[in-house]
Write a protein that binds this ligand. Structure first.
Ligand SMILES: Cc1cc2nc3c(=O)[nH]c(=O)nc-3n(C[C@H](O)[C@H](O)[C@H](O)COP(=O)(O)OP(=O)(O)OC[C@H]3O[C@@H](n4cnc5c(N)ncnc54)[C@H](O)[C@@H]3O)c2cc1C
Length: 389
């Protein structure tokens, strides 16, 4: 005998897209709930580098391209939220750094110096003198230039914790035996009628779409092989400029409880490392680090890697989409944010779709669902890694 309930919205997936959207919907008075099949914090979200891009990284080709322009407003929206003055109150989320750095060898930078000094870029970044640089770049062996980008880096664990708190009592564990249709969820004896289904399940969106008989929209996966090193390392959040439009290396760092740091390495090394096994990927990373930061002592460090796929809306070229993706098709909203930084825009677009579809907020008693199981918080990759060498 099923227990009938009604809700305005059901969201699938507790990564950044689902969590930010749920928090906005609850704030707007919707009776909304979210189902997550494994852990709160998602798959890509907990594995991400936590950089709130404002587009500088995407301007490395020497012009403000579409990606750079579409993400330009995001750092301010996030900073306001982190200060408790924005659309969500994210006070309690730790900032790992107020800004990032960008460094390059002398030769490499000369081709872009004019662009970096241009009006378009001046407000976003400034070149630092030797004495203003992080200690690592005060080393006399460093002959290149170092810029500071005004884009923050967040501690994802505390961000997820804060969002989970804002959505408390509305996130439940999705059981693979449960049944989903575009307008109902049948789980553990509850039949929940919903007015709007939102798929924010990252890579899981494709299977969910199939489950409800939809063939559109379609998804692409871009595999990455990230590298981690831990030990006596200084904190660093920086991009190494290479010859292509993408950084050769993007380093973010996290303090560990024993006072050491773990560095997370992304950028070209992760994109090109997909075909390498763990040992070869670690060797490739060591060679790249020795080339880019030859004065950094790499002895006595522990190394590991993790594989992860970026799930995005399909593009004709297979490259990263320029912006976020929010699609309304056959009464179902599907989201791929493309970037963590785009979460506020994704949620805003969902609210606009609901307004267009005239789905208004209705109060509904969902307290019977509190008997359902809750998913745990996700652990960062360096806590999940089984093997360090
Ligand atoms: C290594 C890496 C580094 C990155 N760094 C940055 C960065 O520094 N800055 C930035 O802006 N962006 C970054 N990104 C991109 C960003 O992380 C992603 O765009 C964003 O996190 C995607 O969020 P999401 O909520 O769509 O997906 P996810 O975080 O993948 O969450 C999807 C959730 O859906 C759940 N799910 C799947 N199937 C089901 C189902 N059937 N039922 C219920 N739940 C389901 C999953 O368990 C998961 O919890 C990075 C991405 C990667 C991979």
């Amino acid at each position: 005998m099923s227990h009938p309930l009604k809700a305005d919205i059901a969201i699938f997936g507790a990564g950044i897209a689902g969590l930010w959207t749920l928090a906005r919907l609850l704030q707007a008075g919707y009776s909304a709930l979210l189902f997550e099949k494994s852990a709160i914090g998602g798959i890509q979200t907990i594995a991400s580098q936590g950089i709130i891009h404002g587009g500088t990284k995407y301007a490395l080709s020497g012009s403000l391209n579409k990606s750079a322009q579409s993400i330009a407003d995001m750092p301010e929206i996030w900073r306001n939220a982190l200060a408790g003055k924005g659309e969500l109150d994210l006070r309690g989320t730790q900032l790992l750094s107020q800004h990032q750095h960008l460094w390059s060898s002398q030769g490499m930078l000369s081709r872009l110096t004019g662009f970096f000094a241009s009006k378009a870029m001046r407000s976003k970044m400034q070149q630092l003198n030797r004495s203003e640089r992080p200690l690592l770049f005060q080393n006399p062996a460093f002959k290149g230039a170092l810029y500071q980008l005004n884009e923050p880096v967040l501690d994802i664990c505390s961000l997820i914790e804060r969002l989970a708190k804002l959505c408390e009592g509305h996130i439940f564990k999705w059981d693979e035996r449960a049944t989903l249709t575009p307008n109902s969820c049948l789980i553990d004896g509850f039949e929940i009628k919903i007015r709007q289904l939102i798929l924010a399940a990252g890579k899981g969106n494709q299977a969910l779409l199939q489950q409800i008989g939809h063939t559109q929209p379609t998804m692409q996966l871009r595999p990455l092989h990230m590298v981690m090193l831990r030990g006596k390392l200084p904190p660093l959040h920086a991009h190494a400029l290479g010859t292509s439009a993408n950084p050769r290396l993007t380093i973010t760092s996290y303090p560990l409880s024993d006072g050491q740091h773990v560095w997370n390495l992304g950028g070209e090394i992760a994109e090109q490392g997909n075909k390498r096994d763990q040992a070869s990927q670690i060797n490739a990373a060591k060679e790249m680090m020795a080339d880019l930061l030859p004065w950094l002592d790499l002895s006595n460090l522990q190394w590991s890697t993790y594989r992860i796929e970026r799930a995005e809306s399909q593009t004709a070229s297979g490259q990263r989409p320029d912006g976020c993706f929010v699609d309304q098709n056959g009464g179902v909203i599907t989201i791929w944010p493309t970037k963590l930084a785009f979460a506020p825009r994704v949620a805003q677009e969902v609210l606009e779709h609901l307004k267009e579809a005239d789905i208004q907020a209705n109060a509904s008693d969902l307290t019977p669902l509190l008997s359902l199981e809750r998913p745990p918080l996700a652990k960062p990759p360096w806590e999940q890694a089984e093997r360090w060498s």
